[in-house]
Write a protein that binds this ligand. Structure first.
Ligand SMILES: Nc1nc2c(c(=O)[nH]1)N[C@H]1C(S)=C(S)[C@@H](COP(=O)(O)O)O[C@H]1N2
Ligand SMILES: [Mo]
Length: 166
């Protein structure tokens, strides 16, 4: 992908130790390994990725699980309408309406290979829909925190992404 900027920190992640937490206002908190995520029904789709900085990576082939499937297992409370997706690189986090997040894919493969850590592996969020923004494609996802109230603080993704544009 042409947009990779080596100045940005790639976290030191051990694929075997990595876990995805699905927590917050859910009936059952989940802690899933990369292999457990692979045991869900995985979908493959092709997509271009465009960053507001002005570059495009064309024809990427992603494979992963619909977040809807993970949430179905966790069971959000009826009043849950929001979520905060947190990453392993410091304070990076992105808030979503739960319905939009449900439609996104948590990708574990890119172009037929396990998603490398340089590209956001073990798991990277790939939102769908025309209105998606580049900073919503959270790399190194560590937790999905379901909320009833809209996160008032903690959504740093947009600010961090825009602060990089010179
Ligand atoms: N965890 C995390 N995810 C992130 C970012 C980041 O800094 N940290 N940057 C976002 C932005 S603005 C873009 S354009 C893409 C860049 O993806 P790439 O590094 O694979 O080119 O990742 C998005 N996801
Ligand atoms: Mo971006």
């Amino acid at each position: 992908m042409s947009g990779f900027d080596a100045r940005r920190d790639v976290p030191d992640l051990d694929r075997r130790r990595w876990r995805l937490d699905v927590v917050g206002t859910v009936e059952r908190s989940l802690e899933l390994s990369a292999e457990e995520i692979r045991s869900f029904d995985l979908e493959t789709f092709s997509e271009d990725f465009a960053c507001v900085e002005g570059w495009v990576a064309e024809g990427l082939s992603w494979r992963g699980v619909r977040v809807r499937e993970l949430l179905a297992l966790a069971g959000p409370t009826a009043a849950s309408e929001h979520a905060l997706v947190r990453a392993a690189d410091g304070e990076y986090a992105c808030a979503f309406p739960l319905e939009r997040l449900s439609a996104a894919v948590l990708a574990v493969d890119l172009d037929g290979e396990r998603l490398p850590v340089e590209r956001g592996g073990p798991a990277r969020l790939v939102p769908t829909g025309a209105d998606r923004d580049c900073w919503e494609s959270v790399k190194w996802v560590e937790s999905i925190e379901v909320r009833e109230a809209e996160p008032a603080a903690g959504d740093t993704a947009r600010d961090l992404a825009l602060s990089r544009i010179e």
